[in-house]
Design a protein around this ligand. Sequence first.
Ligand code: GLU
Length: 556
Amino acid sequence: MLSQAEREELAGLLYPQVRKTPEEYETIYPPRNLPEGACVTRLGPSPTGFIHLGNLYGALADERIAHQSGGVFILRVEDTDNKREISGAVELIISSLSYFGLHFDEGATEEGNQGEFGPYRQRQRVDLYQSLACRLIRMGRAYPCFCTEEELTAIRNEQKANKQNPGYYGPWARHRDMPIEEIRAKVAAGTPFALRFRSMGDATRTFTITDGIRGSLTMPENDQDFVLLKADGIPTYHFAHVTDDHFMRITHIIRGEEWLSTLPYHWELFQALGYTPPVFCHTTVLMKMEGETKRKLSKRKDPELGLDYYRRLGYFPQAVRTYLLTVLNSNYEEWQMANPGLPYTAFPFTTEKMGSSGALFDLNKLQNVSKDTFASLPAEEIYSFLLSWSESEAPDLYPILAEDAAYGIAILSIGRGGEKPRKDLIYGKQIMEFIRFFFDPLFSQDDPYPEQIGPDLATRILRDYWDAFSFSDDNTLWFEKVRKLSEKHGFAARPKDYQKNPELYKGHVGDVSSLLRVALTGRRNSPDLWEVQQVMGAERVGRRINAAIAQLEASL
Ligand code: GLU
């Protein structure tokens, strides 16, 4: 073990560029002046350019915990692994989350930083980490390790062969007690080194903490001399996490369960530095069903893992948020049913109600939530959502939709009054496909005419239909006319008459309706045809019928 004087020397030798002491940083980043009980949370994504459902899942919990307590929600960019930030990555994170209604109070911005506890990109905080590293060196709790990759691999192989725990610890921690003369010589020779933590833990002992989600957790103590600063002076996740969460005065850490295995590192480091650890909340992984088995969502196999998937397809942000809240908090759905008019922000979110074993993400359920959400919204709101979605994600549809707002709203109003509103609308792209036939530039005949009505007969029926058509007919009168039209052309006015004596008819009123439906909408299935025509307007109905006649005649 080095003497105090040697440790002082060592700190200066290894990190001569450090400008400030940890005590100075304590005054630069003082405890926050927040009301009692206010929580401070952070999202710590890596700027890889891929933002996924897990990020949103965590961010939603972070945001709720911070904002429902009158606290602060921070964006901290964890760029210690990447050489460079992918350009636009921060903008992508911010805009993806803001699509879902989540906004940061503080943190990294595209241009820089916003807030008093920054900078908020870890690579810009190197002086802070190194200053703290010097403190650990002075305390005898950190030392340089000059082992090469090959030497570390040899250690691992030997441990494997002896069936011992892998890692740099105890007797395997070769450079733990290197004499200062040797260190001086290596540093003078420019030998690369990593700074390691000197663990004082004992893996045969345990410690217990209360996880915000999982409750009481008892784990073996850490005994690994893990790396604090890599050879390039950049911290590992472990060191950056402890440093930043202390100096940003974070109260709750919501992070994936993959960090549970190294929680003993973090715990020992917090203890060594004398900092009070925040409340750890380890979330569970998002899973999906594949046949009968549950598996983790995968970036390679599941496009629905990426957040851009929802934006591209035009999922309604509120629906995704609602669905994720039901996955996050087991009592959300029940609360929502009991409080139908209240916004999600009124829900008392608790980490205790978050699941700790494999949350199931089910796209079908999300679609059901989306249908319910759209069914409960005014048509005007759906229209303006479609408009803004199409502007960025479907620019060819945007001008068609934007041309006539009243028409768009009328289309989206179909079947929405009454007790049981229709639930046809799921997401932007699907909605546009569903209502496409209303717009002349998007209309096409997708389904064939009923096969028992040949082109010649179809032409005659359509002519008679148009002759008798009156836009002011109500639904009942309109349908009476369709029945008469059917009879005139040898179709039963009622399906049951046809069923009794099929030999007497060419078909029944349903077949004639199908013919009209295909002529008007291009499809065999559509919402109520009378309503569709009312929305289309007399002129468009006339154009469609006459175009169908012309096309049929051409085929004769
Ligand atoms: N950068 C870490 C990750 O993406 C953040 C984990 C944390 O929130 O502490 O997993």
